[in-house]
Design a protein around this ligand. Structure first.
Ligand code: PMV
Length: 323
């Protein structure tokens, strides 16, 4: 198929997991929120058959024939991006070369869902070259892209970056995931990036081992987490931010017991609570990444964390979109 445009831009929001990370991989519900920090991806057609990424974090290129011939797999950051571009173009029966520009409003590796947002924005921008924009299709393709990064993604990150808003997510039998939009009223979050980077797949594998070694204990944690998550749905609906805050703290304690928090994340949570937060917890895989908090006096918290990359996030309502 011939592209209808020579250039296209799409963007997708970053996200936080409000409740239920890790346990969501094993079929428990999680609550996720899309935040008003986006990743923009621009693609423009080249007059050769190369993919070229040129942005401040990644510079790399590959010819499409190399992807086809070499059973292409390497450990560079660009690998899932190139392969996802290739797979998306294949869906349109096209083999054009692309310049790919990626622009992120948050640091990569900060635990804010940058990888799923890059994939969703990339898939949407390429699809838009052919006049197509189908959120369900973008979700399924983003899920495939996430599998290139770690083997057993729950699908929660692809779901939230595509739909936007706040959702309850439950992994049922693929591809029929449960994605339920939730009321979020005037919810705002303070996000504090610890500066510690980690690889989601490694932490997910550690948790898998813990589950295999202590199935009963894991089951107990998972059930507690489910209870917390379901109570949080009610608290969100009722704008009961005091309860929501306590539930966040309980969720953090569980993740700490699971061994996925770090000393720095615990310190940030503690400091947030000492400075007026109603609740705080690590978010995402752990081992680093970010802490989220809710507070009445958000500026007081921001001032507390001046030495960190910290910001106030509103909820993004759009999800992935063409610009
Ligand atoms: O690394 P993040 O922030 O995208 O979070 C991963 C969330 C996990 O529940 C640990 C894994 C998953 O696939 O849901």
């Amino acid at each position: 198929m011939k592209p209808l445009k020579i250039s296209s831009t799409a963007s997708a929001p970053c996200k936080v997991i409000l409740f239920g990370e890790h346990f969501v991989v094993y079929g428990k519900p999680a609550i996720l929120a899309a935040i008003d920090k986006r990743i923009h991806v621009n693609v423009s057609i080249r007059n050769d058959t190369k993919f070229v990424i040129n942005n401040k974090d990644i510079h790399d290129e590959i010819s499409i024939s190399n992807i086809i011939e070499s059973n292409y797999k390497h450990d560079k950051l660009s690998y899932p991006i190139f392969l996802t571009a290739y797979n998306t173009l294949r869906g349109f029966d096209s083999r054009v070369g692309l310049d790919i520009k990626i622009d992120s409003q948050v640091p990569f590796g900060s635990g804010l869902g940058t990888s799923a947002a890059v994939s969703a924005a990339l898939i949407a921008s390429i699809s838009n070259l052919f006049g197509s924009f189908n959120k369900h299709q973008i979700f399924l393709q983003t899920l495939e892209a996430e599998k290139l990064i770690h083997a057993t993604p729950s699908g929660a990150d692809p779901a939230i970056t595509v739909t936007g808003g706040v959702i309850m997510f439950r992994k049922t039998k693929e591809p029929d995931m449960l994605i339920m939009p939730l009321e979020y009223n005037d919810l705002r979050l303070i996000i504090i990036y610890s500066g510690e980077n980690r690889i989601t797949g490694d932490i997910v594998n550690n948790v898998k081992r813990i589950r295999e070694d202590n199935p009963k204990l894991f089951e107990m944690f998972a059930n507690k987490n489910e209870e917390i998550t379901l109570d949080a749905v009610q608290a969100l609906r009722n704008k009961d931010y005091n309860s929501l805050g306590s539930l966040m703290l309980r969720n953090h304690e569980l993740l700490k017991s699971l061994g996925v928090s770090t000393r720095r994340l615990d310190e940030i949570v503690e400091k947030a609570m000492q400075n007026g937060a109603l609740g705080a917890k690590m978010t995402g895989a752990g081992g680093g990444g970010s802490v989220i908090a809710i507070a009445e006096d958000e500026n007081r918290l921001l001032n507390t964390f001046q030495e960190y990359y910290a910001f106030i996030a509103n909820i993004d309502k759009d999800g992935v979109r063409v610009e």
